[in-house]
Design a protein around this ligand. Structure first.
Ligand code: URP
Ligand code: ZN
Ligand code: ZN
Ligand code: ZN
Length: 467
């Protein structure tokens, strides 16, 4: 028995178009769009009709950078796949791409299988994986080829965190050469971690232990230097490069310069870099620990370059880097030593709303909002047009969005499993009303109607954003 859902009367916004159209869904997929009020649309019948008058009808968000249950600094990110994907759905995100972790001395297979096990049966929305490479060697390089075949088509490398995730330039080059052959996309955490560790040691020796020093030692120049080096290595390897969580103006300039040369270099930034700053890191009474992430928050002056990059397409994607740690019991680990504060911010629930606020504020257009939050992440990571748009054949991952509702972001009302909000008290215009995942309501008129286990692992093709 097929089930049909009809969404009537909304403004369908995709990266390409804004049209007043009715959307017909059958068996979890979009089958047709027709102009609202047309004879074709009027003739459609369905088991369920959603009235979207005065609402936007959006493709579900694709958050290409999350860390559910990430082990870090002796603890684990506080959202599980169950709590994190539920919160994502509340915020209008219907697909996450999380990072499976290879630990040093172990295979990619082991790390990936552990991630399948964590996610399996627990997710409210669809999910996919990137693979973090912590130990590039002959065996790992061969495994990369197999992972690409399995739908794990992107690999994150770290120029930061010596002794944990860090890879030296030789290992980075080898992984890039391999990805040039197998079609994988290298994602780079671009910070000079060796130099940063020297500055950390010196700061602590001076008694500079507060959270704000996290921002001071992780210098913008060291992000820019690593970004530049990663770009040159990728040129040598003949591989495309995606730089994650770009926060410094100088790093944006490196990416822009590479793109001006026509190189396949891409950049992602995150809401925390667009809306927060070192002012937050400097909050007294250890409150700054709530804002410790890497790359770090920057002085406000950097934000203009990030917004400009998003408008000019020097930056293509906004993901959250969602990696929550509770203030009490986790961020606490770094009282008296900022280098022991677990790195990461919560945000998977807030991304679509914050970026809509950016539309309201005039930073980006409505279609650009959908492009950077839905369509391009789907294309970049091989999920398009199954995800990231509303078109015949696409999964019916759809958000009914009220662009006029006002809401105040708060830990008291959010659904992420973390005891604070990085955006506490911020009022934004716009709110998710209903969310469909493959046609099934996960959020229905601001009630959670989804279930753990509805979300399915989604294998990905290689990058679709290269030409
Ligand atoms: O501070 C962050 N970003 N934590 C998550 C790990 C990473 O580097 O993305
Ligand atoms: Zn092992
Ligand atoms: Zn990173
Ligand atoms: Zn991350």
């Amino acid at each position: 028995m097929s089930t049909r859902t009809l969404i009537r009367g909304g403004l369908v916004v995709t990266a390409a178009d804004e049209v007043h159209a009715d959307v017909l869904i059958e068996d979890g997929r979009v089958v047709a769009l027709a102009a609202h009020g047309s004879d074709v649309a009027a003739g459609w019948t369905a088991d369920r009709t959603i009235d979207a008058t005065d609402r936007y009808v959006l493709p579900g968000g694709v958050d290409a950078h999350t860390h559910m249950e990430l082990p870090f600094g002796g603890t684990f990110a506080s959202d599980t796949f169950e709590t994190g994907t539920r919160a994502a759905a509340w915020g209008g995100t219907t697909t996450i791409v999380d990072f499976a972790v290879q630990s040093v001395g172990h295979s990619l297979r082991e790390g990936l299988d552990a991630w399948y096990a964590k996610a399996d049966g627990n997710c409210a929305i669809d999910y996919a994986f990137h693979m973090i490479l912590s130990d590039v060697n002959e065996h790992t390089l061969k495994e990369m080829d197999r992972l690409v075949q399995e739908g794990i088509t992107s690999f994150k490398l770290f120029m930061a965190y010596p002794g944990v995730f860090y890879s030296d330039d030789g290992r980075i080059l080898r992984a890039m050469q391999r990805s040039a052959d197998n079609g994988g996309l290298i994602m780079m955490h671009a910070e000079n971690g060796i130099a940063i560790d020297v500055l950390v040691e010196q700061a602590l020796a001076r008694g500079e232990t507060d959270p704000r020093y996290h921002g001071e030692v992780r210098k913008a120049l060291l992000e820019a230097e690593a970004t530049h080096r990663a770009i040159q290595l990728s040129r040598v390897a003949g591989a495309p490069l995606y730089v994650v969580h770009v926060s410094a103006e100088e790093a944006v300039a490196e990416i822009a310069a590479a793109r001006d040369k026509g190189l396949p270099v891409f950049g992602e930034t995150c809401p925390q870099y667009l809306f927060l700053s070192t002012d937050n890191l400097a909050e007294p009474d250890f409150e700054g620990a709530k804002y410790v992430c890497s790359t770090p928050l920057r002085p406000k002056e950097h934000q203009a370059a990030l917004w400009r990059g998003l408008r000019t397409n020097d930056l293509q994607v906004v993901s959250t880097d969602h990696c929550p740690f509770c203030f009490v019991g986790q961020k606490d680990l770094g009282r008296g030593d900022f280098s022991k504060i677990p790195n990461g911010l919560p945000g998977v629930e807030n991304r679509m709303d914050l970026l809509h606020q950016a539309v309201v504020d005039g930073h980006i257009s409505r279609r650009r909002w959908i492009e950077i939050a839905c369509a391009t992440p789907a294309r970049m990571f091989g999920l398009y047009p199954q995800k990231g748009t509303i078109a015949p054949g696409s999964d019916a991952d759809i958000v009914i969005y009220d662009p006029h509702a006002r809401q105040t972001i708060s830990a008291a009302t959010h659904h992420m499993n973390v005891d604070y909000s990085a955006y506490e008290g911020k009022t934004v215009t716009g709110q998710v009303e209903t969310v469909l995942s493959r046609g099934e309501p996960v959020i229905d008129q601001r009630k959670f109607t989804g279930r753990a286990g509805h979300g399915a692992f989604t294998p990905r093709s290689t990058c679709q954003y290269l030409n």
